[in-house]
Ligand binder design. Structure first.
Ligand code: CA
Length: 247
């Protein structure tokens, strides 16, 4: 899946080289030459990853990294530092400021793309094209196909809409955790998308419907008062059955 990458680099030739290669790799690229410009871009649209030069004209990239980490809205954005520095102390300072990785200049475009993929795989697996298999479901982002198999049964292709596919991709890469409707809107529909929370309920319903033919609808659990959870080991006993047992 294409991700939005903010490139903060004041050297025009390097900014251009990086932007061209990222665009070619299928990413959407935002460009800034100063921390000030970068802050403005982040306010308008939250990127999926930031490539951050260390030495910038207005202030250090480290300061920007710390600001991103200090703000709840941007706290979780993966950051890769681009740096001409290679001494150990600088690397430690970069990592302590919240960078996920650093690349020492000069670097090859191939190395850059590989590092970005590795960081996204670790920090935002729903943005990669990696095949995900969990709880008898197999989701292939590259071909947009979904297969489900009952225990001991044959896998069958499942019909699923694009939004439900993204929702399921997020769930399968973040299983067993409860997400509120607001969190799901941020993660699946994107930051700065203003939708009512019941939009989530509509798509959860469609997602369960899509998973029904293979019996996987039970994996999408409603957590009362909190939100939803994808539980790969969900038992067939749901809350309704429990209520009947104790009635
Ligand atoms: Ca620079």
């Amino acid at each position: 899946m294409a991700s939005t990458i903010l490139v903060v680099e004041d050297e025009p030739a390097i900014q251009e080289l990086v932007a061209v290669n990222l665009t070619f790799a299928g990413h959407k690229v935002l460009r800034a030459a100063t921390v000030d410009q970068a802050m403005t871009l982040v306010r308008a649209e939250l990127p999926d990853l930031v490539l951050l030069d260390w030495m910038l004209p207005d202030m250090s990239g480290i300061v920007f990294a710390k600001r991103l980490r200090a703000d709840e809205r941007s706290r979780d954005i993966p950051i890769i530092m681009l740096t001409a520095r290679s001494n150990e102390g600088d690397k430690v300072e970069g990592l302590e400021a919240g960078a996920d990785d650093y690349i020492t200049k000069p670097f090859s475009p191939k190395e850059l793309i590989a590092r970005i993929k590795a960081v996204l795989r670790r920090r935002a697996p729903q943005l990669t094209d990696d095949l995900v298999e969990l709880g008898g479901l197999k989701l292939d982002p590259a071909t947009h196909r979904l297969y489900g198999a009952r225990p001991g049964g044959q896998a069958q292709a499942l019909e699923i809409g694009p939004t439900e596919f993204r929702l399921l991709h997020f769930f399968m890469t973040h299983p067993e955790r409860v997400y509120s409707r607001a969190q799901l809107l941020d993660q699946v529909w994107g930051d700065h998308v203003f939708l009512e929370e019941r939009t989530v309920d509509v798509h959860i319903r469609r997602l369960r419907h899509a998973l029904t033919p293979s019996g996987h609808d039970v994996l999408v659990e409603t957590v009362r008062g909190s939100g939803y959870r994808f539980c790969a080991t969900a038992s067939r006993v749901n809350e309704g059955d429990l209520a009947n047992l104790t009635a």
